[in-house]
Design a protein around this ligand. Structure first.
Ligand SMILES: Nc1ncnc2c1ncn2[C@@H]1O[C@H](COP(=O)(O)OP(=O)(O)OP(=O)(O)O)[C@@H](O)[C@H]1O
Length: 543
């Protein structure tokens, strides 16, 4: 195999630095390294145990002013997940780790010990590698090469500050190779991703809201060899925006520092993307599409920004109480329509994931897959585009009283709204919810209140389906003369008094109020997850 071919076949997440893992150091399961007369470092079951008799008498700077998680006055534990790096520099053992600084934050810290017994150097070197193997199991790449994109206007405009204060020190402690760029205009992240050398970068980390990851997927999709680009580069989020759904679902947090650790330790996983066609445009959505009440409550409440995050809940409540409808024709290619079957499918996915994790499956060699499947260009859409006649696969439904049409690919849409509890990163389905507005206000408030507990899908008024494709054609609402005043008051209270037409939100961004078609492309994108194959939301709740 020539050098170029060898490079092409290299798995981007197979750690070159730990290529010697087959000749792993012979260090016992609970290997103890005696660093000096008073101190030992032990590899426990899931943690590094630091036993330091000297700490009884001093608050050593090396132990972070005594702030390490303490087992006793002289013993501390650092979970392997939190170990960011370890090295032996001459005779000094240095361990970098993420130290908790509260319920939802951490910071980079380190401990250093000088080996007092110089004959232990070779053993210490093997011990350090054994620690690294526990901190970075075979399926987690060390020293990821991260392209960081910072949206200086993300959220409240604090993204750059959050990056430098909370994230950069953690990436640096984990010895990641970092390249940072600020976005200067809308669409800039797409341009950067389009030009990126996919062999030189493992991860694009967006210090932003959900807008930048959306752009990055679309930039990667513009590569000539788009499938390969989308496979090689994992797209992740450092939550610094107003909507941070990607990080909530993948990293299990909207804290930038905890997300940084999740990315350092992230497992490369495929993500279904949804191809959207509208007019002559085609692009990819990774998160959601909303027509009706959710889009209105998000995008149509700009004038109520003074309410803070409550504006979304307020927007929903007003529209529900005023029984606002969003009539549309919907054509669907559904695969699982029964809620019990959806639960079963989720359970099966969890069992598969557990079996896979137990076996510690190595990563597939991506480039071999591409060699088999051709050159990695994107295939034509299986169900055509919005301008094509509908194929027989679609079932068309008329929804004159549609209240909520919401499609998701991830569970949480914001911290308190797990709209799609059964969503999986790569099950080859989109989760589609539709709810009629023509239900009693009591019923409507009932399903609204069930969102936060994750029980929305179980509500009898809610249709929850796993679908492969759909087309939605919104129609104008006809308002009878005696409804006009009610409608005006509802629009005024709901923050959309000046709004001329309906709203459609794709990944939280506004698109024209026109028909569009969506089709899921299984596993087209790549992300980093904490557990591989599952979101951090725990799945449908028991009924
Ligand atoms: N320098 C910039 N100037 C103006 N817009 C930008 C800039 N950088 C990125 N953007 C755009 O800002 C939009 C929102 O970005 P993002 O999702 O990161 O932040 P957010 O705070 O969650 O945003 P929003 O609340 O508006 O959805 C994206 O469409 C992106 O293209």
């Amino acid at each position: 195999m020539d050098a170029q071919r060898q490079q092409q076949h290299a798995n981007p997440f197979e750690d070159q630095d730990s290529a010697g893992s087959e000749t792993a150091p012979e260090v016992d399961e609970a290997a103890v390294l005696t660093v000096d007369r008073n101190a030992t470092l032990t590899l426990g079951t899931d943690s590094l145990i630091v036993l330091d008799e000297g700490l009884r008498h001093r608050r050593a700077a090396a132990n972070c002013l005594g702030m390490l998680p303490q087992l006793s006055r002289t013993t501390y534990a650092v979970t392997f997940y939190n170990v960011l790096w370890a090295e032996l520099d001459d005779f000094e053992v240095r361990i970098h780790f993420a130290q908790s600084t509260g319920k939802s934050s951490c910071r980079a810290a380190s401990i250093n010990y000088t080996l007092s017994d110089k004959t232990l150097h070779a053993y210490a070197s093997r011990w350090v590698e054994a620690l690294l193997l526990r901190a970075y199991p075979a399926h987690v790449k060390r020293r990821k090469r991260v392209k960081v994109l910072v949206n200086p206007f993300g959220g409240q405009g604090h993204a750059h500050n959050l990056w430098t204060s909370q994230v950069e020190p953690i990436f640096a402690a984990a010895h990641c190779a970092i390249d940072v760029e600020k976005t200067t205009h809308k669409g800039h992240a797409t341009e950067i991703a389009e030009q990126i050398d996919v062999d030189a970068v493992d991860v694009v980390a967006c210090a932003s809201g959900d807008g930048l990851p959306h752009e990055v997927f679309n930039g990667l999709a513009r590569h000539k060899n788009a499938r390969r680009a989308l496979r090689r580069v994992a797209v992740t989020q450092l939550p610094c925006g107003s909507g941070n759904a990607m990080s909530l679902n993948l990293n299990g947090t909207d804290s930038p520092s905890l997300a940084a650790v999740a990315i350092v330790k992230g497992v490369r996983s495929p993500l279904d993307l949804m191809a959207i066609t509208q007019g002559n445009n085609k692009y990819y959505s990774f998160l959601s599409q909303a027509v009706g009440i959710v889009a209105e409550s998000d995008l149509g409440t700009e004038s109520l920004r003074w309410m803070g995050s409550f504006r979304f809940t307020w927007g929903l409540m007003v529209r529900i109480l005023f029984l606002t409808t969003y009539p549309a024709e919907v054509s669907v290619v559904a695969e699982i329509e029964d809620k019990r079957e959806i639960r079963k499918a989720y359970k099966h996915a969890v069992e598969e994931q557990h079996a896979g994790a137990a076996k510690q499956l190595p990563f597939v060699n991506d480039d071999e897959t591409f060699a088999e499947n051709g050159d990695g260009e994107l295939a034509p859409l299986r169900f055509g585009t919005v301008t094509d006649p509908l194929s027989d696969d679609f079932q068309t439904e008329d929804h004159p009283g549609l209240g909520n049409f919401f499609v998701g690919n991830m569970a949480w849409m914001s911290p308190d709204t797990p709209f799609f509890p059964a969503a999986l990163p790569a099950d080859g389905h989109m989760d589609l919810i539709n709810i009629s507005a023509l239900v009693s206000r009591y019923t409507a408030l009932g399903y609204l209140l069930s969102v936060e507990s994750g029980k929305l899908m179980d509500h009898p008024a809610v249709f929850y389906r796993k679908v492969l494709a759909y087309r939605i054609t919104p129609r104008l609402r006809t308002i009878s003369p005696n409804e006009r005043w009610r409608d005006k008051i509802g629009r005024w209270l709901g923050g959309s008094a000046q709004q001329k037409e309906g709203l459609i939100a794709i990944d939280g961004e506004r698109v024209p109020y026109e028909p569009y078609q969506a089709e899921v492309i299984p596993g087209l994108g790549t992300v980093l997850t904490k557990r591989g194959g599952l979101y951090e939301y725990g799945g449908p709740k028991a009924t």
